[in-house]
Design a protein around this ligand. Structure first.
Ligand code: FPP
Length: 249
């Protein structure tokens, strides 16, 4: 389905109960390609098209923050040819979507060890982030060379240094202080985490931030994921009762 096709279900969403932050583990590109006897890279290419569709859908629906797990710290261990292809796809995506981001008030942000990205990708990323930094519409957060444990390690080191230098009293270390020292420091925690392609695991994604996040795992492979299923998941989310550890009453 084309992303411009009007969705019959989108109008049923309650605008008052939209998640402020949706995070997605985009999984299944390789399996999508394998099923078609194609090279894995073709799956990633098709997956980039889904990224476009879902970003557009979030903007249309009015979701404030979308975080996409595009490349994990563990993904560096994939074959060199696949890593190179993913980096080049990322650069292509940033270049091709620049105008769309500028025209549609999208602010690009990255979380993760972006310093590890190849120089040409890093430059394009930082340039696009800078160009879009004043936009206050959808915030598109790309997790790049991201790992939840290394993010926590980085936060612990930053706080330890501040304690050592006398800037923080250990008795005043709170959950809020920890959150502020993560890459997502100025964002609310995700309300909804979606994982495509059926695996029941978190894969080192946003470990601290998803403490009370609603989780939805769909069997659909990421390249086959689309606007209608996304809207159905949002409708299901709106029917859930969020308790944050309390009782329902
Ligand atoms: C998981 O599929 C997906 C990735 C490791 C990368 C996600 C990348 C994209 C969707 C495309 C490029 C991204 C952007 C932002 C333009 P997998 O390869 O692990 O699939 P498998 O589990 O079926 O092998």
């Amino acid at each position: 389905m084309n992303s411009n096709t009007p969705s019959v279900v989108s109008t049923d969403l309650n605008p008052e109960k939209l998640p402020a932050h949706v995070a997605i583990i985009m999984d299944g590109n390789g399996r999508w390609a394998k099923k078609r006897l194609l090279n894995r890279i073709k799956g990633h290419e098709k997956g980039s098209e889904t990224v476009r569709t879902i970003v557009r859908t979030c903007r249309e629906i009015g979701i404030p923050i979308l975080t996409l797990y595009a490349f994990s710290t563990e993904n560096w261990q994939r074959p060199k040819s696949e890593v190179t292809a993913l980096m080049s796809l990322l650069k292509k995506f940033l270049e091709s979507e620049k105008t769309e981001m500028l025209d549609n008030n999208i602010r690009l942000n990255a979380i993760g060890q972006t310093e590890r990205l190849p120089e040409n990708v890093r430059k394009t990323l930082y340039k696009t982030m800078d160009l879009t930094k004043k936009n206050d519409g959808l915030r598109l957060n790309l997790a790049l060379s991201y790992g939840g444990r290394s993010e926590i390690l980085r936060m612990v080191k930053q706080i330890a240094i501040k304690v050592k230098d006398g800037h923080i009293d250990p008795d005043l270390i709170t959950s809020e202080l920890i959150s502020e020292h993560l890459y997502t420091g100025d964002m609310p925690d995700p309300d909804l985490l979606i994982r495509t392609s059926g695996e029941m695991r978190i894969s080192n994604f946003l470990l601290w931030q998803i403490a009370y996040t609603e989780i939805c795992i769909t069997d659909t492979l990421w390249p086959d994921f689309g606007k209608d299923e996304f809207v159905q998941i949002l409708k299901d989310y709106q029917r859930r009762e969020r308790r944050f550890g309390r009782t329902g009453s």
